[in-house]
Design a protein around this ligand. Sequence first.
Ligand SMILES: Nc1ncnc2c1ncn2[C@@H]1O[C@H](COP(=O)(O)OP(=O)(O)OP(=O)(O)O)[C@@H](O)[C@H]1O
Length: 291
Amino acid sequence: MSDATVILEAVTKTYGGRAAVSELSYSLQPGQVVALVGHNGAGKTTQIKMMLGLTRPDAGRLQVLGADPVHGTGARRQLGYLPESVQFHLAFTGRETLGFYAQLKGLPARGHDALFQRVGLAEAADRPVRGYSKGMRQRLGLAQALLGTPRLLLLDEPTSGLDPALRRELYGIVAELARAGATVLLSSHALTELEDQAARVIVVNRGRKIADGTMAELRRLAGLPSRLRFRADASPDNRATRAGDYWQIELAEDEKAPALRQVIAAEAREITLEDPSLDDIYAHFLKREAA
Ligand SMILES: Nc1ncnc2c1ncn2[C@@H]1O[C@H](COP(=O)(O)OP(=O)(O)OP(=O)(O)O)[C@@H](O)[C@H]1O
C-alpha cells in the first residue's frame, strides 16, 4: 500500500559475513500496533537501527515515512524511538533532558508539561535524573520518544524492568497513539504480554521472517489446540484426561463450542477455555523452522 509508514523489500544486513537481517520484506501501516518478536540475536534491533537511519542495509529497499531513512532527516522528526536501555545525563533534570531531546528534533526546548503529565512525571520534572528510579527513567525515555507526536514509534523492549502498572500505562499510550494514526513497532521477548496489545505479530528468527499475521491468523496457521479444563466427578467427554484435580481436553477450533456446551450441560465446575498463547505459537513456528 502506498501510504505505508515503513516498507522493507528484501532487506539484508550483514556483519562480518553473517546476516543479521536476511531478505526481509514487510510493510507497516498507519494505525497499526505491530509486535516484532524473536530470540536474542534474531535481528530485531538491527531492523530498528536501519529504520532510524543509524545503519544502512547492504541490499534491498527500505523506506520510512516516504524517504530513505539515511537521508530523510525531515522524516526523522516524525519518528519516536525508545532504546532498550535508556541512558541519561544524571545531573540534568527531567525537564532539561526533555528540552535537550526536543531541540535535537527541532522542537522548542520548553513547553512539554502535558507530556510530563502524560507519562506521570509532572511532580518530578524539575528533579535531577540521578534521583529517578528505573521506572521513572523509563517514563522519561517514553516522554522523549513521544516528543512531537510521532507518526512512527519504535519501542525496543519497552517494558523490560517496568512494573505491571507502568506496563499497562505504556500500552494505554501506545493504543491511544495508534488510534490517532501512528504506527507502533514493539520489539520484545515478552510474548504473552504482547498478545492483547499488538494487532499484528511478525516473528523473526536468525534475521528471517518466519510468520506474520494477526494473532487469530497465526493461531490458525499454527493449528495448535485450545485447552478446555473443568472439574466434574466424571467427564462427559471421553477425550478428557486428568490434570491434577481437573479434567482437560485439547480441542481444535471447530470442536470448541460443542465441547463447551457438553461440559456446561453436565454441570461441570470451574470451566476455563485457554487458547494457545503467543509463547506456544512462537515455539511452534521456531520448531517448524528447525525441522
Ligand atoms: N554492530 C554489530 N557488529 C557485529 N555484529 C552485530 C552488530 N549488531 C548486531 N550484530 C549481530 O547481528 C545479530 C542480530 O543482532 P540484533 O541486535 O539485531 O538482534 P536482536 O534480535 O535485537 O537481539 P536482542 O533481543 O538480544 O536485543 C546478532 O548475531 C548480533 O551479534
